[in-house]
Design a binder for this molecule. Sequence first.
Ligand code: 5GP
Length: 187
Amino acid sequence: MEANRAMYQDLESILYTKEQLAEAVKKLGETITRDYQGKKPLMVCILKGASVFFCDLIREIDLPLEIDFMVVSSYGASTKSSGEVKMVKDLDRSILGRDVIVVEDIVDSGMTLSFLKRTLLNRGAASLRIATLLDKPARRRVELEVDYSCFDIPDAFVVGYGLDYNETYRNLPDIGVLAPRIYGGEE
Ligand code: 5GP
């Protein structure tokens, strides 16, 4: 924790500790294990934000599974979504007939996942579900069904546990609200 001390000073508050995160991820892993009995899901990690959550989650799922990675970009160095989604890195393999679980860090406007859902279903996935660590339902701009979500959070910009601001804070073990002074917002 010592090495992260400077980063903690940039937080307004801590929303979830690493213990709370571990407990929620474990529970979600158990639920997915139950729901996908007899299947071999393809878990798709949306880089980079979901990376930490993804690595913890797959190890809490007691099933044979495969993993793949996608990079999409929608934010740049801002704290507000541009509404535009761009695919930067696609999946390595076909998903035809596969039971796909897309793993995301946070659903905000819903634009990213609704784009991904459309794209992946068009490729012939047998099923597609969304698992997110965090959800900001108040900010939704498009209709989107989120199948698995660990926490609903208020409309605040959060960092840590994979989530960044301008590529920093991803290695914080906890999730916290970034102080608006860091990104030039109002306190
Ligand atoms: P959406 O397309 O749902 O508006 O945005 C989803 C993406 O926006 C997330 O994958 C994440 O990269 C980014 N995002 C949305 N809210 C936050 C937030 O509070 N903190 C961080 N670090 N990223 C966010």
